[in-house]
Write a protein that binds this ligand. Structure first.
Ligand code: ISL
Length: 637
């Protein structure tokens, strides 16, 4: 049976600090800060979070919102100070929670002292800390980059940036302001190890490792295979994702640093699809990293890259998730569960229907799915209240992300004044841009959604729906955000407890299961007026509590996809040593029916539905009907 570990059972909550909460303690008004995170620890604890992963808050020119770091051991004044981080770590410890740091060491900022030295001359001792290459010349005698690799966030640009003063190119896979470190150089690796030790010694539990499978580039920088015949530059990841020395570098980090701490690691590995290749990184006996983010599910509508709209089918979701749920565990690895992060649009928009009629049901359907899948669960800020993409009506200037800005510029160049092309481009960014995950967290229905004070303009526009969708309206006991929010008291929540909501909450503890009812870790009333369902937030809270109370099944149990007669329904069984559950998820806005085979899915009782009235008297096997976007959880015989 599977070895237990804290990092397997933990619920991780990702904070994107610029957009989380602005208390005014940072240097830039309208920008989130570290004290904002610290002030929300009770909130997170109450939700059921164990570990906070914050996107980078280190010193940075913010070209790529902190993924361009100019000092790994200091904090950007916009976010606060090192003392603020110490306070955050202490606050987490007090609550038996942990902090995970975002480690961005494939590249630095071009403002990092290492790069400043490296670019100062061709003979500087740090020259070889980055990838420098002489120019090539094309048939017409023009200067051209060393190869045809494209910049990932730079639409139609070369991945190589020309340095006028030293007359060479440097590799910059993301933007020109993010030069790639040269991991071939042992001094670079030692400097990175030092950064890890610095944060572990300060009390971080581990790392989310940014594009960690990009650190080993193929020697000689061979040309990329051509995917876009019309384009001069090509993706090229076959030469730098999962490169030749990746395992050696990861094992070195583990042996020299990680193994000396009770640490956890999750690697971000774009372009990792091959099971064998992935298991080489995460299988426990490899001593590399604990788990990775596999992007198949969030790439389901890419064709093959982000700015495209591919029609996906519910069946695709079922196929992708089922594959990783089984393959990784069988191969000695460990899955991560997530549908959102700061690089992807909102899941309720993407995977369900975010219109007023179905939005709550959709968000709860996804919560039911995620809290009942195996692996370490990652929740992204705002997902717990069902935040959605901002609307098509917003002007293109509201998009701030460098990737979107570059794409928009490229489309303007290409469109040659053809308005219909820009209408299409706008439709695409409204569905797919990273910006949708970066609007301020909606804490209340007050000014700026409670993200920052009234007289301050937030760095990014608050989504229009904040009046209806916000934490204060959904999370009992969390009405106050900024200090003077007292006028909101009693505004969002109805105090009477409805029988329907109470019944549903009780049902979250599957009766008849060996572990008995869930004992909530919080002691709050169930808020709702007659007939009102649980809020999305409450549904998440109870889902997380349920997951923990039955972790033998939901975290550690086996996963079996169920072959039901309807391809729009994702159906699976989770099986532990003492109990088992069945999950049925209708990924359409239609009423569907399916045949649930007697074996292996004969359930003893349906216990949860995302509909307020609960599972009602649904059949236990044979023909079953599901309402639009309905999810059901049942105990299995
Ligand atoms: O968003 C993408 C391009 O469409 C992804 O490929 C993304 O660049 C990739 O997942 C790497 O992301 C990470 O590194 C980037 C940074 O911009 C992202 O925010 C970060 O999550 C460079 O550091």
């Amino acid at each position: 049976s599977t070895q237990r570990a804290y990092w397997k059972e933990s619920v991780v909550y990702q904070v994107y600090p610029a957009s989380f909460l602005s208390t005014g303690s940072g240097s830039q008004p309208g920008w989130g800060d570290i004290k904002g995170i610290t002030s929300k620890l009770d909130y997170l604890k109450d939700l059921g979070v164990d570990i906070v992963w914050s996107s980078p808050f280190f010193k940075s020119p913010q070209v790529d919102l902190g993924y361009d770091i100019s000092d790994y051991k200091d904090i950007d004044p916009r976010y606060g100070t090192l003392a603020d981080v110490d306070e955050l770590i202490a606050g987490l410890k007090q609550r038996d929670m942990k902090l995970m740091i975002d480690l961005v060491v494939n590249h630095t900022s071009d403002q990092h002292a290492w790069f400043q030295e490296s670019r100062s001359s061709q003979t500087n001792p740090k020259r070889s800390w980055y990838h420098w290459q002489p120019a090539k010349t094309d048939a017409d005698g023009n200067r051209v980059p060393p190869n045809n690799w494209a910049m990932q966030l730079g639409e139609a640009h070369s991945a190589w940036t020309w340095d006028e003063s030293t007359q060479e190119y440097y590799l910059s896979l993301f933007t020109p302001e993010q030069p790639d470190l040269n991991w071939e150089n042992p001094d670079v690796r030692a400097a990175v190890h030092d950064v890890l030790r610095f944060w572990l010694d300060r009390g971080a539990c581990g790392f989310r490792m940014d594009v960690i499978n990009h650190i080993s580039k193929e020697p000689g920088y061979p040309d990329a295979r051509v995917i876009y015949p019309d384009s001069r530059y090509q993706p090229g990841h076959e030469h730098y994702a999962n490169g030749p020395r990746l395992h050696e570098f990861l094992q070195e980090i583990n042996a020299k640093v990680l193994s000396k701490y009770d640490s956890m690691t999750v690697g971000e590995m774009p372009f990792a699809r091959d099971t064998t290749e992935i298991l080489k990184v995460i299988a426990a006996d490899r001593k590399e990293i604990n788990m990775i983010f596999i992007f198949d599910i969030v790439n389901v509508d890419d064709d093959p890259f982000r700015f495209s709209l591919k029609q996906w089918k519910p069946k695709d979701v079922a196929t992708i998730i089922s594959k990783w749920q089984t393959d990784l565990v069988q191969g000695g690895g460990w899955p991560s569960i997530f549908l959102e992060n700061h690089d992807h649009p909102r899941s309720v928009t993407r995977f369900t229907d975010d219109s007023p009629r179905y939005r709550d049901l959709g968000a709860k359907l996804l919560a039911l799915m995620q809290t009942t899948l195996g692996g370490t669960l990652y929740l992204y800020q705002g997902e717990e209240v069902g935040m959605k993409n901002f609307p098509l009506s917003w002007d293109a200037s509201e998009y701030k992300d460098i990737e979107t800005v570059n794409y928009w510029k490229k489309m303007q160049d290409l469109s040659g004044g053809d308005e219909s092309k820009m209408v299409e481009a706008k439709r695409i960014i409204q569905r797919k841009a990273r910006d949708h995950a970066r609007t301020p967290v909606q804490w209340s229905d007050g000014p700026n959604a409670g993200f920052c004070p009234e007289n301050v303009t937030p760095w990014m526009r608050v989504n229009d729906d904040c009046k209806e969708v916000n934490v204060a309206a959904q999370a009992p006991g969390h009405q106050n955000t900024l200090k003077d929010a007292s006028k909101e008291q009693g505004g969002g929540l109805k105090s009477s407890i409805s029988k329907a909501a109470q019944k549903m909450a009780d049902n979250f503890a599957p009766v008849g299961s060996s572990l008995g009812p869930v004992v909530p870790t919080h002691s709050m009333p169930i808020p709702s007026s007659e007939g009102e369902p649980l809020s999305v937030w409450q549904f998440w809270q109870r889902g997380l509590a349920n997951r923990k109370a039955h972790k033998d099944v939901f975290v550690y149990g086996t996963f079996e996809a169920l072959n039901v007669s309807n391809e729009d329904v994702f159906a699976y069984r989770r099986v532990g040593e003492k109990e088992a559950f069945v999950v049925l998820l209708n990924f359409t806005g239609e009423t569907v029916s399916l045949d649930l085979p007697e074996k292996p899915a004969k359930t003893s009782k349906w216990v949860i539905s995302n509909y307020a009235e609960g599972p009602t008297d649904r059949a236990l096997q044979g023909k079953i009907t599901l309402k639009p976007w309905e999810g059901l959880l049942g105990t299995a015989a």
